[in-house]
Design a binder for this molecule. Structure first.
Ligand code: HEC
Ligand code: HEC
Ligand code: HEC
Ligand code: HEC
Ligand code: HEC
Ligand code: HEC
Ligand code: HEC
Length: 366
C-alpha cells in the first residue's frame, strides 16, 4: 500500500519538482539553505540544514546535498525513509527509523534474494541510498568500486588471468556486471581520464567535474570535446581532442557497459566465450557516448557519431577486423594473439582507435 502511494507520488513528481525548483530559487535569493526536498521535522527544521553541513555534523552523519539532490530518492524526501524523526531530534535520544529497500524495490529485492550472492552482500553493501544513480548515469569504474570493497582488484585480476588473457585490461575496460549479471544492450562509454602525477609514473583516473570545469575555463565542460557545441561528437572532434597538445594529460578510456543489469551476480557460462564480445561484423558496431561527469557525480552522455565508426574500418593501421575468429575457440584466438595481437575486431578495434593516443603515450614511456 505504502509502496503504491509512493509510486504515485513519484509519478506526480515532475510537477512537484517544478514547485520545488521554484522554492529553491526563492530560498537561495533569501540567502537560506537553498534546499526544500529534505522535508521538515517540527522544530528540527530542514534535515539538510544540519545533515548537509559537513563541518557541523561530521563525516558519519553527513549527506552530500549535491550528490543527494540528483538522486531519485531526493524527490521522495528524507521522511519517506526516516519517518520517525522525533520533534526533539537530535537531542531526544530517539534513533530515527530507516526504511529498508524492500518496501519500494520489492522486484529487485526478490530477484536478488533468489541468487546465492544474496547471502554475501546486502543492498547497502553496494548502494548508498543517499547517492544512488540510474545505471546509465554511473561510470563503469564506479560500478566496479562497488564490487572492489569485497573482491579486491589484485586478487580478481589474478583469478581471471587463469583463463582470460590481459585480465587487467579486461577488468579496466569492462564493468564486472557485464560478465556477471544478465546484462543487455551494450554501449561504449568513453570517459575522460586525467593523469595524476608526472609523465612517466603518473596513473590515469576518471576526471571529475571540478577538474574538467577548470580545464573548460568557465565554459560547459562539454566544450572540451564537443567543439561546435551541437551536443554530438563527430569523429573529427574526437581527433581534435586527441591531438590537442593542451590536453596532453587527458585521454579517453572506453568501457563496454551494459544499459540494463540484473541482480543475479553469478558466473554465466557464455562469458567464457570470447566471441560474446570478440565477434566481428557491423552488427556489433556498438553505440558509443562520451560520458561527462556532472557536479552531482552522475554522468550525462553525449552521443558519438556512429557512421564514423564504420568509416574508420579500413583506415587506421591499428584497426583489425577478422571474421576468421568467429568460431571463437579460445585456442584460435590465443593463436591469433600470439601471431601479433591482431584479433580484436568490434569494440576492440573501435576502442583502440578512439583511445589510440593512450597507447602512443605508453609507447613513449617504454
Ligand atoms: C538540528 C540539527 C539536525 C536536524 C535539523 C536533523 N538532524 Fe538528524 N541528526 C543530527 C545529529 C547531530 C545526529 C547525530 C546523532 C545524534 O546525536 O542523535 C543526527 C542523526 C540522524 C540520523 C542517524 C541516527 C542514528 O544514530 O543512526 C538520522 C537517520 C537522521 N539524523 C535523520 C534526520 C532527518 C530525516 C532529519 C529531517 C527530518 C534530520 N535528521 C534533521 C542533527 C540533525
Ligand atoms: C531511500 C531511502 C532514504 C532516503 C530518501 C534517505 N535516507 Fe538516510 N538512510 C537510509 C538508510 C537505509 C540508512 C541506513 C544505512 C546504513 O545503515 O548503511 C540511512 C542512514 C542515514 C543516516 C545515518 C548514517 C550512518 O552512517 O549512521 C543519516 C544521518 C541519514 N540517513 C540522513 C538522511 C537525510 C538527512 C536524508 C534526506 C536528506 C535521508 N537520510 C534520506 C535511507 C534513506
Ligand atoms: C520510500 C521508497 C523507497 C525506498 C525505501 C528506497 N527507494 Fe530506491 N528508489 C525509489 C524511487 C521512487 C526511485 C526512482 C526509480 C523507480 O521508480 O524505481 C528509486 C530509485 C533507486 C535507484 C536507481 C536510481 C535512479 O535514479 O533511478 C537505486 C539504485 C535505488 N533506488 C536503491 C535503493 C536502495 C539500495 C534502497 C534501500 C537502502 C532504496 N532504494 C530504498 C524509492 C525508494
Ligand atoms: C553486489 C552489488 C549490488 C547489490 C548487493 C545490490 N545492487 Fe542494486 N545495483 C547494483 C549495480 C551495479 C547496479 C547498476 C548501477 C546503479 O544504478 O547503481 C544496480 C542498480 C540498482 C537499481 C536501479 C536499477 C535500474 O534499472 O534502474 C535499483 C533500484 C537497485 N539496484 C536496488 C537494489 C536493491 C533494493 C538491492 C537489495 C535487495 C540491491 N540493489 C542490491 C549492484 C548491487
Ligand atoms: C559485501 C561484500 C561483497 C560485495 C560488495 C560484492 N560481493 Fe560478490 N561475493 C561476495 C562473497 C563473500 C562471495 C563468495 C566468495 C567468493 O567467491 O569470493 C561472492 C561471490 C561472487 C561471485 C561468484 C559467484 C559464484 O557463483 O561462485 C561473483 C561472480 C560475484 N561475487 C560478483 C560480484 C560483483 C559483480 C559485485 C559488484 C557488483 C560483487 N560481487 C560485490 C561478497 C561480495
Ligand atoms: C570477461 C568477463 C568477466 C569479467 C569482466 C569479470 N569476470 Fe569474474 N568471472 C568470469 C568467469 C567466466 C568466471 C568463472 C571462472 C572460474 O570459475 O575460474 C569468473 C569468476 C569470478 C569469481 C569467482 C572466482 C573464484 O575463483 O572464486 C568472482 C568472485 C568474480 N569472477 C568476480 C568478478 C569481479 C568482482 C569482476 C570485476 C572486477 C569480474 N569478476 C569481472 C568472467 C568475468
Ligand atoms: C565481456 C566482453 C569480453 C569478453 C567475454 C572477452 N573480452 Fe577480450 N576484451 C574486451 C574488451 C572491452 C577489451 C579492451 C578493448 C580495447 O583495448 O580496445 C578486450 C581486450 C582483449 C585483448 C587485448 C586486445 C588488444 O588489442 O590489446 C585480448 C588479447 C583479448 N581481449 C582476448 C580475449 C579472450 C582470449 C577472451 C576469451 C577467453 C576474451 N578476450 C573475452 C572484451 C571482452
Amino acid at each position: 500500500m505504502k509502496t503504491e502511494i509512493i509510486k504515485w507520488t513519484f509519478r506526480l513528481l515532475p510537477a512537484l519538482a517544478l514547485l520545488a525548483a521554484a522554492s529553491i530559487a526563492l530560498a537561495t535569493d533569501a540567502g537560506g539553505p537553498g534546499y526544500s526536498y529534505g522535508g521538515t521535522a517540527g522544530k528540527s527544521g530542514n534535515c539538510l540544514d544540519c545533515h548537509g553541513n559537513a563541518k557541523g555534523i561530521g563525516d558519519r552523519y553527513f549527506i552530500d546535498p549535491v550528490k543527494y539532490g540528483h538522486t531519485s530518492h531526493a524527490r521522495i524526501g528524507c521522511p519517506a525513509c526516516h519517518d520517525t524523526v522525533g520533534r526533539g531530534h537530535p537531542g531526544d535520544q530517539l534513533v530515527p527509523a530507516k526504511t529498508g529497500c524492500l518496501e519500494c524495490h520489492g522486484d529487485k529485492a526478490a530477484e536478488y534474494a533468489r541468487t546465492p550472492h544474496a547471502a554475501n552482500a546486502s543492498c547497502g553493501d553496494c548502494h548508498d541510498p543517499h547517492r544512488v544513480n540510474a545505471p546509465n548515469e554511473i561510470s563503469g569504474q564506479e560500478m566496479n568500486r562497488m564490487c572492489a570493497s569485497c573482491h579486491k582488484k589484485e586478487s580478481m585480476a589474478a583469478k581471471h588471468a587463469r583463463w582470460l588473457p590481459q585480465a587487467d585490461l579486461h577488468l579496466d575496460m569492462l564493468p564486472c556486471t557485464t560478465c556477471h549479471t544478465g546484462s543487455k544492450n551494450y554501449v561504449i562509454n568513453l570517459y575522460i581520464i586525467k593523469r595524476e602525477g608526472d609523465r612517466r609514473k603518473g596513473v590515469f583516473r576518471v576526471a571529475d567535474f571540478a577538474e574538467l570545469e577548470k580545464i573548460a575555463a568557465g565554459k560547459d565542460i562539454r566544450s572540451i570535446i564537443d567543439r561546435n557545441g551541437d551536443n554530438y561528437i563527430s569523429l573529427a572532434e574526437l581527433g581534435l581532442f586527441n591531438r590537442n597538445p593542451a590536453y596532453g594529460h587527458l585521454r579517453l578510456q572506453g568501457v563496454l557497459t551494459p544499459e540494463t543489469v540484473t541482480h543475479n551476480f553469478e558466473i554465466l557460462q557464455n562469458r567464457w566465450d570470447c566471441t560474446f564480445c570478440h565477434a566481428s561484423g557491423p552488427g556489433a558496431m556498438q553505440t558509443s557516448f562520451i560520458a561527462l561527469p556532472e557536479k552531482s557525480g552522475a554522468f550525462r552522455r553525449v552521443a558519438v557519431e556512429k557512421g564514423a565508426v564504420l568509416d574508420t574500418l579500413n583506415g587506421p593501421p591499428d584497426f583489425y577486423l577478422t571474421g576468421a575468429s568467429r568460431n571463437g575457440t579460445l585456442n584460435n584466438i590465443g593463436l591469433a594473439i600470439i601471431a601479433g595481437g591482431m584479433v580484436m575486431p568490434v569494440g576492440h578495434g573501435f576502442l583502440r582507435f578512439l583511445t589510440r593516443k593512450n597507447r602512443k603515450g605508453k609507447e613513449h614511456q617504454s
